[in-house]
Every structure is written in C-alpha cells, then in structure tokens.
Design a protein around this ligand. Structure first.
Ligand SMILES: CC(C)(COP(=O)(O)OP(=O)(O)OC[C@H]1O[C@@H](n2cnc3c(N)ncnc32)[C@H](O)[C@@H]1O)[C@@H](O)C(=O)NCCC(=O)NCCS
Ligand SMILES: Nc1ncnc2c1ncn2[C@@H]1O[C@H](COP(=O)(O)OP(=O)(O)OP(=O)(O)O)[C@@H](O)[C@H]1O
Length: 198
C-alpha cells in the first residue's frame, strides 16, 4: 500500500526543506512547482493558453515563459491570478496524479504531494493526510525577502496571494513548526513518519 502525504504551507515556509528531507528518507516526491514548470514549457498547450489570454508580453524572445512577468500578474492581481489558476491547475493536477499512480503501481511506500496551494485547489482529497509547515509571519517575510531578493512589500504581496495561515492550520492533520534550526524541524517530521507508517 502506498501512503500519500500532502505537504503544504505558506510561501517560503519550508516545504522544499521538508520534502528534501523526506526524499532522503526514501519518499517519492511529486512537486507542484516542478510540474508547474513542465506544463508551460515551449510548445505546450498550457503556454499557448496563457499567451492567448495575456498576450506576448509574458513570453520571452526564445519562446519560453517570462516568469517575472507572470509573477507580476499572479502576485498583484486577484482576478488575473484566478484566470491563470483556472488554466494551469487542471494541467498541473493531471500530471501530478499520473505521477502518484505510477508510484502506486511500483508499490512505493510513501509519496509526498508537495503543493503550495493544496487546500485552495482541493487536493486534500488525493491525500491520506496533510502536513502543514508553519512559520511566524515575520520569519516568513525575512526568509522570502532574502531568498528571492524582494522588498518587504513584494514579499507581503506574495504572502497575501495565498490562504491565511489560520485556515491552513485548521485543515491540517499534522503541523510542523519550522521557525527554528532545520534539525528541530526534521525531528518533528520523524515523529509524523513513525505515526503514519506504523
Ligand atoms: C508565478 C510564477 C511564474 C513564479 O515563478 P517563480 O520561478 O518566481 O517561483 P516558483 O514557481 O518557484 O513559485 C514560488 C512560490 O510562489 C507561490 N505561488 C506560485 N503560484 C502561485 C499562485 N498561482 N498563487 C499563489 N501563490 C503562488 C508558491 O508558494 C510557490 O511555491 C510561477 O510560480 C507560476 O507559474 N505559478 C502558476 C502555477 C501555480 O499556481 N503554481 C503553484 C503550484 S499549484
Ligand atoms: N529551519 C530553517 N532555518 C533557516 N532557514 C530555513 C529553514 N527552513 C527553510 N529555510 C530557508 O527559507 C527559505 C524558504 O524555504 P523553502 O524553499 O524550503 O520554502 P518553500 O515553502 O518550499 O518555498 P516556496 O513556497 O517558495 O516553494 C529557503 O531559503 C530556505 O533555505
């Protein structure tokens, strides 16, 4: 039996940090951010639909997606963000579920569905349980500003484009506090693994 653990959390909360650790423990990782890049590669239906909707200003000269331009749209305009999500999320979901099915066929013990917008896109129904990574708002802003080289206002706009942490907390089966040293985070993950794989 394959156990499917959903992994989510706010932007820069530490999902990749946790999923890298789970990968080291032998889990198969299905990562929405990676799949989101695949479905907009040059020549895909995803990129064509985006260009039809938003024009060539979101395409760079070599024909690939201008991620900065799409980011400007997504993180600053709620209505346009919904349009992008309507185009991309079904494509992302389909590919992620195909990867889960492939892992199930190989009888992999643990699959991680790493999805920033897991609850927003109702993907909890594909998971046996969901782990939410949490950090304090100030730590989140600092890590996001430093990782992506953003101003505070830019980082705040990205945080505000996602579900509020209290709702995410309420929907979680497991919560991991990632405010401290990574080793502290990994100890909590170990306890969850013990519980779900016992
Ligand atoms: C906006 C884009 C171009 C920014 O690309 P960039 O390389 O700068 O960042 P990256 O892809 O690594 O995403 C960083 C984080 O942004 C947040 N984020 C991405 N898309 C969204 C969105 N539609 N709504 C809210 N937050 C989002 C997530 O927390 C994600 O982990 C890119 O994230 C994208 O194509 N988003 C649309 C697809 C999507 O919704 N992806 C989320 C996975 S379901
Ligand atoms: N416990 C920690 N202590 C210090 N820095 C951390 C810790 N966990 C993560 N970070 C750093 O914070 C940043 C965000 O972490 P990470 O990339 O894992 O978040 P994420 O949730 O996957 O982000 P995104 O939503 O953008 O995909 C990274 O620069 C990472 O190195």
């Amino acid at each position: 039996m394959t156990y499917v653990l959903g992994l989510t959390g706010g932007i820069a909360s530490g999902k990749s940090t946790v999923s890298n650790y789970l990968y080291e423990q032998g889990a198969v990782i299905v990562d929405a951010d990676v799949v989101a890049r695949q479905v907009v590669e040059p020549g895909t239906a995803g990129l064509k639909q985006l260009a039809d909707k938003f024009g060539t200003e979101i395409i760079v000269e070599d024909g690939s997606l201008d991620r900065g331009a799409l980011g400007q749209i997504i993180f600053n305009d709620q209505e346009k963000r919904a349009l992008v999500n309507d185009i991309l999320h079904p494509l992302i979901k389909e590919e992620m579920l195909a990867q889960v099915r492939a892992a199930e066929q190989k009888d992999v013990t643990l699959v991680i569905l790493d999805i920033p917008l897991l609850f927003e896109s109702h993907c909890e129904r594909f998971c046996d349980s969901v782990l939410v990574v949490e950090i304090d708002p100030q730590v989140q802003l600092e890590r996001l500003m430093s990782r992506n080289n953003l101003t505070e206002a830019e980082a705040q706009a990205r945080v505000d484009s996602q579900m509020d942490p209290a709702t995410r907390h309420r929907l979680a089966d497991f919560v991991v506090d990632n405010n401290h040293e990574p080793a502290e985070t990994f100890k909590q993950v170990d306890q969850i693994l013990e519980e779900i794989l016992k």
